[in-house]
Ligand binder design. Structure first.
Ligand SMILES: Nc1ncnc2c1ncn2[C@@H]1O[C@H](COP(=O)(O)OP(=O)(O)OP(=O)(O)O)[C@@H](O)[C@H]1O
Ligand SMILES: [Mg+2]
Length: 282
C-alpha cells in the first residue's frame, strides 16, 4: 500500500501568476522498511511534495493515493485516519508547542484522534520515552526547556499517534552536532526496530549518505532522480543535480587523486576511517 503519486503537479495561486512548485511527480513509497531522503536546492519543492502525503495540500492535477485511499477522501473523517497513519513533522516543529505541560502537548494528537484520556496518556509516555524525554519533565512547561528538547517534545507529539510512516521536514536543522546525531539515532532505531518507513527532507548530504537507503532529488519542482544512494553518488551526471558530495566521498576522491589510495565508496565517517586504517596497514 504506502503512498503513490501519479503525475502530480501543484501550483501556488498568486495574485497575478501561479507558481508551479512541483511538476508531474510519479512516486511509489512502501509502507514499511524504507529510509528515504528528499533532497534538492532551496525552493525545489520538497516541503510542497511532502505536504501532499497527508492531504495538507491537494494536487492541482494528478493523483495521490495513501494507504489505498485516493486524496481527498470523500468522507472527512478519513482525513484524520490518514494523518494518523502518515505523521508529518514540520520544519521547526517546536514553534507549534502550546500546551501548559510537556505531557499534555504530547497527548494532544492521540486525544484528538479519539483515543481515551488513559490511552492517550499511555501513548504519550511511550513516545516521550522513545525521544528521551524523562518522566521528571512531564509536568513542566514546554517553554522552559532547551531548544533541542523542545524539538524532541514536538516529535514525540507525532510519534504518540503511532504513525506507520514518519515524514520529517529538516528535523535536524539548527541543532548542534550532538543534538543532530542523537535525533538521527532515534529515527534509525524506529526504522530498524519497527521497520518503519522514514521520509526525511535534508540539506545535509553527510547525514543523507549515512542514513538514507533511497534518495529522491527534486530540481525546480521536477523529480530528477529516484534510486539508491549508491546509484546517486556514483551517477555520471551527479553535477547536474546541484548537490554537494558527502564529506567521506569527497575525502576518498581527493585521496585517490592526490595520494593514489584506490577509491572505494564509504558512506559514513566510521567506514571511512576503517578503510583508511586497512590501507595504512597494507
Ligand atoms: N505558500 C506559498 N505561496 C506561494 N509560493 C510558495 C508558497 N510556499 C512555497 N512557495 C514557493 O514554491 C516553491 C517550492 O517551495 P518549497 O517550500 O516546497 O521548497 P523547499 O524545497 O522545501 O525549499 P527549502 O529547502 O527552502 O525548504 C518555492 O519557489 C517557494 O517560493
Ligand atoms: Mg522546505
Amino acid at each position: 500500500m504506502g503512498i503513490q503519486f501519479k503525475d502530480v503537479s501543484f501550483s501556488y495561486k498568486g495574485l497575478k501568476v501561479n507558481y508551479d512548485a512541483i511538476r508531474h511527480i510519479n512516486l511509489d513509497i512502501k509502507s514499511k522498511n524504507e529510509f528515504i531522503a528528499i533532497v534538492g536546492q532551496t525552493g525545489s519543492g520538497k516541503s510542497t511534495l511532502v505536504q501532499h502525503m497527508n492531504a495538507l495540500l491537494l494536487p492541482s492535477s494528478g493523483n495521490v493515493v495513501v494507504f489505498g485511499q485516493n486524496l481527498p477522501p470523500k468522507k472527512k473523517e478519513k482525513i484524520n485516519y490518514l494523518r494518523q497513519k502518515v505523521g508529518l513533522v514540520f520544519q521547526f516543529p517546536e514553534y507549534q508547542l502550546f500546551e501548559e505541560t510537556i505531557i499534555k502537548d504530547i497527548m494532544f494528537g492521540p486525544k484528538n484522534f479519539k483515543s481515551t484520556e488513559i490511552d492517550a496518556m499511555e501513548m504519550a509516555k511511550r513516545a516521550a520515552q522513545i525521544v528521551g524525554i524523562d518522566e521528571s519533565l512531564y509536568e513542566q512547561s514546554p517553554f522552559r526547556i532547551s531548544g533541542g528538547q523542545m524539538r524532541r517534545v514536538a516529535i514525540a507529539g507525532i510519534l504518540a499517534m503511532e504513525p506507520e510512516i514518519l515524514v520529517l521536514d529538516e528535523p535536524t536543522r539548527g541543532l548542534d552536532p550532538k543534538g543532530r546525531n542523537d535525533l538521527m539515532k532515534i529515527f534509525k532505531e524506529l526504522h530498524e526496530k519497527d521497520n518503519k518507513t522514514i521520509i526525511l527532507i535534508s540539506h545535509d548530504m553527510d547525514l543523507v549518505s549515512e542514513y538514507a537507503k533511497r534518495v529522491i532529488v527534486l530540481d525546480e519542482g521536477e523529480l530528477v532522480f529516484d534510486g539508491t544512494k549508491e546509484a546517486l553518488f556514483e551517477h555520471p551526471n551527479f553535477d547536474s543535480f546541484h548537490l554537494d558530495l558527502p564529506t567521506p566521498l569527497k575525502i576518498l576522491k581527493y585521496l585517490e587523486k592526490e595520494v593514489g589510495i584506490p577509491y572505494l565508496p564509504k558512506y559514513d565517517f566510521d567506514s571511512l576511517l576503517n578503510y583508511l586504517k586497512e590501507v595504512a596497514h597494507e
